[in-house]
Design a protein around this ligand. Structure first.
Ligand SMILES: NC(=O)c1ccc[n+]([C@@H]2O[C@H](COP(=O)([O-])OP(=O)(O)OC[C@H]3O[C@@H](n4cnc5c(N)ncnc54)[C@H](O)[C@@H]3O)[C@@H](O)[C@H]2O)c1
Length: 350
């Protein structure tokens, strides 16, 4: 039975990957210490998701309570397991939170990633290593693309970006936020372990990754948090850009499917922009209307004139490279279906 090691296994993407590979017949080892609750407070707590995995995958899943900053602990675990693949999703994931906790942010996102890479090089250098990176590695450079203002959203006004932003976009000389900078450090290191040591690594630069198992909070997990606010009648704060800022949303299932394809046929030092693409893009104002359709409740919100520092005005991932390298993969879940599932999940958790 092949063995998979997943970091951040109680989080949105980690838990999806655990379920996905366990169903494919893999023995899955998860690493998580519920650090999300430390970063974001009780609403970020992921123990419920850890419990869900342990209860539904009794003989296929083993949870390891470990902090990825614990270098010798990480090295020891990889040596003991010798995984056939590693999927690294553990992170301090918030753009805004990073400024308050710069050392924790960098130690987890950059140094934690290095701990895993080196442990993998020592224990299993031939095993595919998939790293969840972010579109914030491009900093606020996407905001330099010519834009047009439409009734409910911003859109690119440059035909070169009609299908979104490709992996050739520069990550240099723009404002990243400390989070974008720590993730860029991890991203470059993952590429380096591919190019320098020949390891089959890849960076998945996520747009908005979403799905029913997110513990959404104001500072991270856009759709999950927005839907939670709608259902609880809580006020959602829109930060600047007239609420017309656009994100492209991909369901965690489609992320897991791509990871399956990469692990089955790995390449070296690859980088992919992974998001929902244009078809699954939505502005905040449009998201309010879509969510209302499923909940029947009006969204309560306030508008704050100041945008979040370095926030993208319009971000759409160009999925052409993923589709070209892995023709068996494509987006399978629409934005409507994704929102429906998140609504159902919040209702059942409540
Ligand atoms: N969700 C998104 O919209 C999005 C967008 C772009 C990139 N990403 C990236 O994808 C990855 C997964 O995101 P997610 O939304 O699933 O995040 P998440 O917060 O839901 O999951 C991350 C998990 O990692 C755990 N974790 C954090 N620090 C840890 C540490 N030091 N040791 C052990 N475990 C730790 C947390 O407790 C949490 O359960 C992250 O790398 C994130 O930066 C996410």
């Amino acid at each position: 039975m092949p063995k998979l090691l997943v970091t951040g296994s109680s989080g949105l993407i980690g838990s999806e990957v655990v379920m996905h590979f366990a169903r494919l017949g893999w023995q899955v080892h998860g690493v998580d210490n519920n650090q999300r609750a430390v970063f974001f407070g009780p609403q970020g707590d992921t123990r419920w998701n850890q419990q869900r995995l342990c209860e539904s995958l009794t003989d296929r899943f083993e949870h390891h309570e470990l902090d990825i900053r614990d270098r010798s602990g990480v090295a020891g675990l990889l040596k003991a397991i010798q995984p056939d693949a590693v999927v690294h999703t553990a992170a301090q994931p918030s753009h805004d939170r990073a400024a308050d906790i710069p050392f924790d942010d960098f130690d987890v996102n950059a140094v934690g990633t290095l701990n895993l890479l080196e442990a993998a090089r020592q224990a299993c250098p031939g095993s595919p290593f998939v790293h969840l990176s972010t579109n914030k590695v491009y900093g606020d450079r996407p905001n330099t693309i010519a834009l047009k203002e439409l009734a409910t959203r911003w859109d690119y006004d440059d035909p070169a970006y009609a299908d979104g932003i490709t992996e050739n976009f520069s990550i240099d000389q723009s404002k990243h936020s400390l989070f974008g900078a720590s993730k860029a450090a991890g991203d470059v290191m993952v590429q380096e372990y591919g190019r320098y040591f020949g390891m089959p690594t890849c960076c998945l630069r996520g747009g908005c990754l979403t799905g029913p198992n997110h513990s959404g909070v104001e500072l991270h997990g856009f759709l999950s948090y927005l839907i939670r606010c709608n259902l609880e009648g809580r006020e959602y704060k829109v930060f600047g850009y007239k609420g017309k800022q656009v994100r492209d949303n991909i369901h965690s299932h489609d992320v897991a499917c791509f990871i399956e394809q990469f692990i089955a046929s790995p390449r070296i030092a690859e980088v992919y922009n992974i998001g929902g693409g244009r078809a699954n893009s939505v502005s905040i104002l449009e998201a309010f209307a879509l969510v209302e359709k499923f909940t029947g409740r009006k969204q309560v919100y306030t508008y704050v004139d100041e945008n979040r520092v370095g926030d993208h005005i319009c971000y759409i991932s160009n999925l052409a490279k993923m589709r070209q390298h892995y023709p068996g993969w494509d987006i399978t879940l629409t934005l409507d279906e994704t929102i429906r599932q998140i609504v159902e999940s919040h209702k059942s958790r409540a």
